[in-house]
Design a protein around this ligand. Structure first.
Ligand SMILES: Nc1nc2c(ncn2[C@@H]2O[C@H](COP(=O)(O)OP(=O)(O)OP(=O)(O)O)[C@@H](O)[C@H]2O)c(=O)[nH]1
Ligand SMILES: [Mg+2]
Length: 234
């Protein structure tokens, strides 16, 4: 899955990606401020999760637009300790909702390790625009709650594709997989192949030459059939 990590300046986006990927990430920055992007890949129960962190300075809007393209989920990072940043958070929240309408989102109420961090209820009343979105207290510094925050988002993102994923799993490996997919989802060839390409790129499945057949990766199949498995932590 492709996940975009966005939010205002210095909220902790880069450190969060660093934590999730256990340091296996890049950050294009100058003096500690992201000027292009963060990128890293995490493995969650055998599923690849491609993380793209955005710059938090207002002027890099074009970069945020490019990075957001086609994302399956949004981690919106806010600073729980810095009330001053709430106004900027509102601008960024509007922006990402505009770039990715209808895409699942969780709010990472970051920096909970700090003494002056606000509890989630306070953040909700301080930032009314977060209504209807899960707000999850966490710390990119200590790693507190980071895994469950990511799993919650992945669950929501996979649920949004659940009808397609169920059919991917059902017709995986069949010689006429594509035809079955088109029939069951009532869609044309171009759209069905588009879906296969999308999730091949995200390493959830492999498409065989000629596109007639596809195979869901073994590790991913149980999650495709039953995304709630993501919530049952090992
Ligand atoms: N105490 C604490 N500090 C944090 C946490 N997350 C980030 N920080 C600090 O906050 C500062 C900004 O963190 P970054 O990860 O660079 O924030 P960012 O959102 O990527 O910032 P930009 O890319 O400039 O928008 C750094 O000094 C981090 O060490 C956290 O959970 N707890
Ligand atoms: Mg950054």
């Amino acid at each position: 899955m492709k996940i975009v990590v966005t939010g205002p300046y210095a909220a902790g986006k880069s450190l969060l990606i660093h934590n999730i990927t256990k340091g296996a990430c890049i950050n294009i920055e100058r003096n500690g401020t992201t000027i292009a992007m963060d990128h890293g890949v995490a493995d969650v129960d055998g599923m690849s999760v491609f993380l793209f962190g955005t710059p938090g300075l207002l002027r890099f809007r074009t970069m945020r637009k490019i990075l957001s393209e086609g994302a399956d989920g949004i981690i919106f990072v806010v600073d729980s300790a810095d009330v001053e940043s709430d106004a900027r958070a509102k601008l960024f929240f509007r922006e990402i909702a505009f770039f990715l309408p209808g895409v699942p989102c969780v709010v990472a109420a970051n920096k909970q390790d700090l003494e002056n961090a606000r509890p989630v209820d306070t953040m909700r009343s301080d930032m009314r625009f977060l209504a209807g979105v899960p707000v999850i207290p966490c710390s990119a510094k200590t790693g507190q709650n980071v895994d469950s925050m990511l799993r919650t988002l992945l669950y929501l993102s996979m649920m949004q594709w659940s009808s397609v994923f169920a059919k991917f799993a059902e017709h995986s490996g069949k010689p006429d997989g594509l035809k079955q997919l088109m029939a069951d989802l009532n869609m044309g060839r171009a759209q069905a192949v588009g879906y296969l390409r999308r999730f091949e790129l995200r390493k959830l499945l492999d498409v065989q030459i000629g596109d007639e057949q596809f195979t869901v990766r073994d590790a991913v199949k149980p999650l495709m059939e039953n995304p709630v498995l993501l919530m049952r932590r090992t």
